[in-house]
Structure formats: C-alpha cells, structure tokens
Design a protein around this ligand. Structure first.
Ligand SMILES: [Cu+2]
Length: 375
C-alpha cells in the first residue's frame, strides 16, 4: 500500500522525474502518439477519449499543487496501469496495453478517493505484445513466480493468523515480517484488484470514509503498540480471507508484459515512499524486510523480461545488473540474524545511502516499459 505524506514527498522528486523519455519512434499497434493528460488539483483533462487497440501511452503532467496519481481502469476497477506519486510540476509516461472495450481514466489529486474519472474507449484490434515469443515467455515465467509467492503468502499468513488467534504475541511478531515478504514481492499484481489492497495493507492515516482499519498494519498496531491481541481474532480471520481472495485473482489473471515492466518500477517507488521513510511499518519498524522484498520482486519482473531486454538493449541490462547489485550491497550492511535491522536502528546517513541507490536503479528501470512497448 503506497500512501505518501508531505514528509516523504521530497524524497520522491528524484524518482518522479524520470519516466518521460522523449523517444517517440512509434510502434505498429495502438495510438502512435502520446495522449496528454493535464492533471491539476481539480481537473483531469485527457486529450483524447478514444484510441485504437494496442499499446496506449499517456503523458501525465501534474500542474496542480498536490501529489497526484493516474490510473486506467477496466470494468470493475481492475487496474490496467497506474502511475503513482507524481509530484507537482512533474510529468510521467504510462504505457498500457489495451484491447477493444470501454475503460475509465482517473487522476487522483492528493492520492485519495475514486479520483476524477473520464471514459475512454478502445476500438479495433492489434497484435498482442505476447506475440513476441520472448515477451510471451516473460509473462509465463513471471506468472510462475507469482504462483510460488502467493503459495508462500497463504502458508505464512495462515501461521501468522493462527499465532495471533492463539494469543502468542512473540510468535506473531516473528511471523509478521516473514508473511509480509511474499506480499511485498508481488504487490503490484495484488494492486490490480483495487479494493482489497487497502483492506490488507492500508494504514490508519490513509483510510477513506467508510473504510475500517484492518489487515496487516492493524494487527501490527495491536501487537506492538496497543500490545493487546485478545480481541484481534476477527481482524486476523478477515486478513486471511482477503489474502485468499487476492491470491485467487492474482493466479487467474493473465498479465501484459507491460504490467511486469510497470510493476518493477512501482516496487521501487514503494520503497522510496514507504520504506525509506519508515512510514509503512511504523509500529514494528520491520521496514527493511519489506524493502528487501520490494527489491526482490522488482528484480524478478526484470529477470522474466531479461531475454527480451537483452535483444532490445543489452547495455540497459548491464546497467540494471550493476544497480541491482549496488542496492543489494547497500542493504546487506544492515542484515541482522535471519532478517534485518529495525528501521529506527539506521542513521539518516544509512537511509540516504539506501535512498540514493534506489533512485539510481529507478531511473533506468523507468525506461523498461517504453522499451517493452517498442516505443
Ligand atoms: Cu505495501
């Protein structure tokens, strides 16, 4: 769950600026041109309301004073693509693969609510990106990864929930970051199915009217802050039900190679907005577990795309390898036992080194979607 406070907005500036490359060599499918989106605090002006099928590229400029997000939804608010954390004054591109049908776009100034919606219609047909054998292989490989992670997610969350319900706080505390690891590795896939993510991974200050504080972070608060899990049983039961729903959906979804590319970038944004700041696991301070998991998830998506990327841009693959290695090396200095040091054991200088390395990796990763789209 990615929510941002004013305090962490500054750390995002570096990240947010890097999505819009000027390279416009057009691909066969879809619209040839970027569709401009002028986002402000009160409006979301999408230059076109329709497009041909294939890869559609939106170029979002945030002209407002609030940090914004942009989404493309299919029926039932299924997320086809999203860009988060677009700081005021910045622009980002979003590449999404769309087949004929009706969609909605949304800008979310302040990153809350259902956003300012517009209809968007796609007509005609186009060759799917997966007609490229290497991209087809990428999605097959990544879906196998999702399956392995969701299996472990269910197993470990079941153990965590059982410990909470048994009143075994020590065991529950030990299992909390372990069960979250599998969630954080595949979070962009989980976020495709809109409303379950806040229920599973929402934080108390990010709730919208009508939403209850449930999920991992509610149990985290009960364990570490309230230190009373005697009434946490129903919350624990609901977490397991919600996780099972998302696991079923994630395993039945077929993903576009662009969702892998966008997800690899989203995971790094998640590190910058929630983990470097210590916001996400504010009661347990187990943020570095999530940090490592987000990086591993990003790496897994890039690994699946690797044969396709090798063909298109071998130099980029080399850069990505080096920068993933640098992030790993920076993180490695904070290992503790089977896991990681707590967030509040790290100095500001330590966090700066981690943040700099994440930013250096996010920049080349932001070009992967355009490459996959052939744009
Ligand atoms: Cu999260």
């Amino acid at each position: 769950m990615r929510r941002i406070t004013a305090a962490s907005a500054a750390s995002l500036l570096l990240l947010a600026g890097c999505g819009s490359s000027g390279d416009d060599s057009s691909a066969a499918a879809g619209s040839d041109d970027k569709i401009a989106v002028a986002a402000s605090d009160t409006a979301c002006e999408v230059a076109k309301s329709e497009s041909g099928a294939g890869t559609v590229t939106f170029a979002i400029s945030n002209k407002g004073d609030k940090v914004t997000e942009f989404y493309v939804y299919a029926a039932g608010d299924r997320v086809m693509g999203e860009v988060e954390n677009i700081a005021p004054g910045l622009s980002r591109d979003l590449h999404v693969e769309l087949t004929a049908g009706t969609y909605e776009t949304a800008c979310k100034p302040g990153m809350i609510g259902k956003g300012i919606r517009n209809g968007f219609t796609v007509t005609g047909s186009a060759a799917a990106l997966t007609e490229d054998a290497k991209l087809a292989q990428a999605t097959t490989d990544y879906q196998r990864y999702v399956k392995s992670q969701t299996g472990a997610l269910i197993d470990k969350t079941t153990e965590f929930v059982a410990a909470v319900k048994a009143g075994d706080a020590a065991k529950a505390k030990a299992l909390f970051p372990v069960s979250r690891t599998y969630w954080e590795r595949i979070e962009p896939v989980a976020e495709i199915f809109g409303d379950l993510d806040p229920a599973i991974d929402g934080r108390e200050d990010g709730l919208e009217p009508g939403q209850d504080f449930t999920g991992y972070h509610r149990l985290e608060k009960d364990l570490w802050q309230t230190e009373d899990i005697s009434k946490s049983g129903p919350i624990a039961d609901k977490l397991l039900v919600d996780v099972q729903k998302i696991v079923d959906q994630a395993n039945s979804a077929s993903l576009s190679p662009l969702q892998l590319a966008n997800g690899a970038k989203e995971l790094l944004d998640e590190v910058a907005s929630g983990k470097i700041t210590g916001e996400e696991d504010r009661y347990s301070h187990t943020d570095l577990w999530d940090f490592a998991a987000n990086v591993e998830g990003s790496q897994a998506a890039i690994a699946a795309l690797r044969p396709a990327l090798e063909e298109k841009d071998p130099a980029l693959v080399k850069t990505l390898d080096e920068r993933f290695a640098a992030v790993e090396a920076a993180l490695e200095t904070h290992r503790s036992g089977d896991g990681w040091k707590l967030h509040d054991q790290l100095s500001q200088a330590d966090l700066k080194v981690l943040s700099d390395n994440i930013n250096a990796l996010a920049e080349p990763i932001s070009t992967v979607a355009g490459l996959v789209a052939g744009k």
